[in-house]
Design a protein around this ligand. Structure first.
Ligand code: HEM
Length: 419
């Protein structure tokens, strides 16, 4: 009979969660080609930015034949198909901006998109798992993971800033790999009551979260805020809680009722969900419900990992019980680094959304939008909300503040002194 004491015999590992030893949640070696039968998709998908620019994407998609998905077999083929169909769908829906959207996605796109999505357990909309995790190639296959040596497979309108946005996010995912690898170390350490192992694991996770923050800084180098806000952002947005598409989207040939899905966001990255569950961050109800919903936009194996981390014995209680100075410090450091990452992310969001949104509003009020450049072309409906439809800053600050609440009081020194 299993009991709490038999835990250590079955060590927790990342083996069954589609997590790569080297790349974490990033899909190793994504394919850049589908079987030749799917060339009609790739012909359109590889030219989404140009076809949107010339307002021809919808007519190209409308002319596309409805292809069978039966020749897609391997996981990587399905991922590339999902990525390509997602990019086409975002371009199709938003080609004309927020005022001339569509109610229906034609069956030539909707039916195969639905089937591929079902097989992958992903929703039929562009997700972080598509745009970031499965959307990269190395220019020199033997070269390093650097901005210079990386490229996207499929892109959206916004030129170099799109490349920067997705690839910097990819590098943030890669910076987190040591953290991810040490989650089992911490979990198994708690199960075996190995205070030193837990502390060591937490120290490595802390350093890795610091590296994520440092990598996030590259966003300022590679992404132009006015391009992000004025051009790119609409193509990442979805059809749930979006005033631009209040009724959702009908996937023709799938079902007659419209369906609603949130847009792509790194809130769909599994990383912070894993850290939150490991450290015992207890989010406020509304933000928790948004973040939990975002888990349905992740590959199912990654969602399962988050759930399995959450059902482990509590690390936070273990730290409290052990009253070890080193362990206490390591836990504190880890929560602080996560807090700092979230604070820095709030700065990024302010620079890429809040500031350009205020600028666009000002220009509109002064009726100068003609001279206002790209920011004033941004959809007004998205000003206050995130791509997932959340009231951005309130949400992000609530999430950060509840991370802070996870910190334990600095009592261990006293405990040690008294004992
Ligand atoms: C220009 C860059 C970025 C912008 C403008 C941005 C914007 C946003 C916005 C508006 C939200 C609110 C939720 C939503 O709308 O979906 C959000 C949430 C989130 N973003 Fe970003 N983001 C950026 C880059 C990143 C990167 C590189 C990561 C790292 C993986 C990241 C991680 C998260 C996480 C984890 C959340 C959920 C809230 C939390 O857990 O703290 N973001 N982001």
């Amino acid at each position: 009979m299993a009991s709490a004491n038999t835990y250590p015999r079955v060590l927790f590992s990342l083996d069954s969660y589609y997590v790569s030893e080297e790349l974490g949640f990033v899909l190793p070696k994504p394919l850049d080609k589908l079987p030749p039968y799917y060339q009609p998709w790739m012909d359109v998908a590889m030219h989404v930015p140009e076809l949107v620019q010339s307002q021809e994407l919808r007519s190209h998609v409308n002319k596309m034949a409805l292809l069978s998905t039966e020749f897609l077999q391997k996981h990587r083929e399905l991922r590339l198909a999902h990525l390509a169909l997602s990019m086409m769908t975002m371009g199709y829906v938003w080609q004309e901006g927020e005022n001339n959207t569509v109610n229906t996605l034609p069956s030539s796109l909707a039916v195969p998109y639905w089937e591929v999505s079902q097989r992958l357990g992903l929703p039929p909309i562009l997700t972080h798992a598509d745009a970031v995790l499965a959307n990269w190639k190395k220019k020199d296959p033997n070269g390093p993971f650097t901005m210079e040596n990386l490229d996207l497979l499929v892109s959206l309108p916004g030129g170099e800033s799109v490349r920067g946005f997705f690839l910097v996010t990819l590098l943030v995912e890669l910076a987190a790999v040591p953290a991810l690898r040490n989650i089992p170390v911490v979990i198994n350490g708690v199960r075996c009551c190995d205070t030193e192992a837990v502390a060591r694991g937490l120290e490595i996770i802390s350093q890795s979260i610091q590296d994520m923050t440092d990598t996030l800084k590259l966003m300022h180098v590679y992404v132009e805020p006015s391009v992000f806000y004025g051009i790119m952002r609409i193509y990442l947005s979805g059809w749930k809680d979006n005033p631009g598409m209040p009724n959702g989207l009908v996937y023709e040939g799938v079902q007659t009722e419209p369906m609603e899905y949130s847009g792509g966001s790194a809130a769909q990255s599994s990383l912070l969900h894993c850290f939150d569950e490991l450290l015992g961050v207890n989010h406020e109800e509304k933000s928790r419900s948004f973040l939990t919903r975002m888990r349905n936009y992740m590959p199912p194996a990654h969602k399962k990992l988050i759930q399995d981390i959450s059902s482990q014995p509590s690390l936070r209680s273990f730290v409290q019980q052990q009253a070890s100075e080193r362990l206490n410090q390591a836990f504190r450091l880890c929560v602080s680094k996560l807090l700092a990452l979230r604070s820095y992310h709030i700065n990024v969001v302010s620079r890429f959304i809040t500031v350009p949104a205020a600028q666009a509003r000002r220009l509109r009020e002064q009726s100068q939008s003609a001279e206002g450049g790209v920011v004033s072309r941004a959809p007004t409906a998205l000003e206050a909300t995130g791509t997932g439809g959340s009231g951005i800053m309130t949400f992000l600050k609530t999430v950060r503040d509840h991370t802070k609440d996870t910190l334990l009081p600095e009592t261990s020194k006293e405990v040690n002194h008294h004992s």
